[in-house]
Design a protein around this ligand. Sequence first.
Ligand code: NAP
Length: 348
Amino acid sequence: MVNVGILGATGMVGQRFIQLLEDHPKFEITALTASQRSAGKKYQDAVTWHMDTPIPEAVEDTVVVDTDPSLVKDVEIVFSALPAGNAAVVEPKFAEAGMKVASNASAMRMEPDVPLVIPEVNPEHLDLIEIQQKRRGWDGFIVTNPNCSTIALVLTLKPIYDNFDIKRVYVSTMQAVSGAGYNGVPSMAILDNLVPFIGEEEEKMEEETLCLLGDFDGENVEPASFGLSTSCHRVPVVDGHTEAVFMEMDEEFELEDVKKSLTDFKALPQKLNLFSSPKNPIIVREEDNRPQPRMDRMREKGMAVTVGRLREDANIPNSFKYVLLGHNTIRGAAGASILNAELIAEIM
Ligand code: NAP
């Protein structure tokens, strides 16, 4: 077994890591960190647990430590669920201390020598790790996954991008409250309501998407160059981000071919049969009223993205649209980092 730690273990994403790693065949949690508010407490006393399964017995009495590499002993991989500001300072210290950091935080995502990876989309970007280690003199490294709404979008864009000429994409999101963390959106602000703004989300979606689909020349990533515009909104759903996607192609296409590229999509994690990889990363539904968060977010244990309402756009030439749904704290966060770590353990 590989010893792993969770940084920010008491938060929404930290809790997901603990839930998802409970029966993991290769990774065993041996360290939990959080802020000084939680440090020194047993995990069960430090956390306000929100998962739908009990706190795993193996970590109930684990004492949470401050997020400091000198307090995290004999750990090979740390999964980071820290707030971005804190991650920017702390994650490099863990990498410098020789640990492999698989991070959810946005802090390091756009550093040119830090891979931003979805295993089904751009595993070749992991070659940046060697460049990062050389450049920074680290024995460890940092690898990041994109933000929650980007992951779900890009999983569906990948097979289309590989098989057709995308001209422009417009995306309107309806994002769950868990995406902002437990204290992120007060109930008085969201019940009976919708908030048409999520700070920095649109910028992240646009920049990260083009980077993920970009070409890696062995040293740098050249971002993809189609037009992309997003509008991000918070809705009163607990888990599961929904996105309405409108796509214009450079040339004529058959909608059936687009559908087939989505349905047939399989990539490296499926080939390697990684523990957390969904058998089908994309599930296409035919019903007019799907996907819906409550019904579809847990498909393939929360690791698949569900696509529905795939239809041609009669008013705009060479265009079509669809609705997608992905679980934001599983496929969009903790599950994404775990899949990155599984891939790294398998191929590096
Ligand atoms: P959260 O619920 O607010 O949890 C934050 C965690 O970080 C808690 O464990 C907290 O510990 C710890 N922490 C806060 N300040 C700290 C400090 N100064 N030093 C050390 N630890 C500190 O946040 P979250 O939703 O889990 O998000 C975590 C990260 O994942 C963020 O960077 C977020 O942007 C990213 N992310 C989230 C999602 C999602 O869907 N939620 C998706 C993708 C990415 P205490 O309990 O001790 O305060």
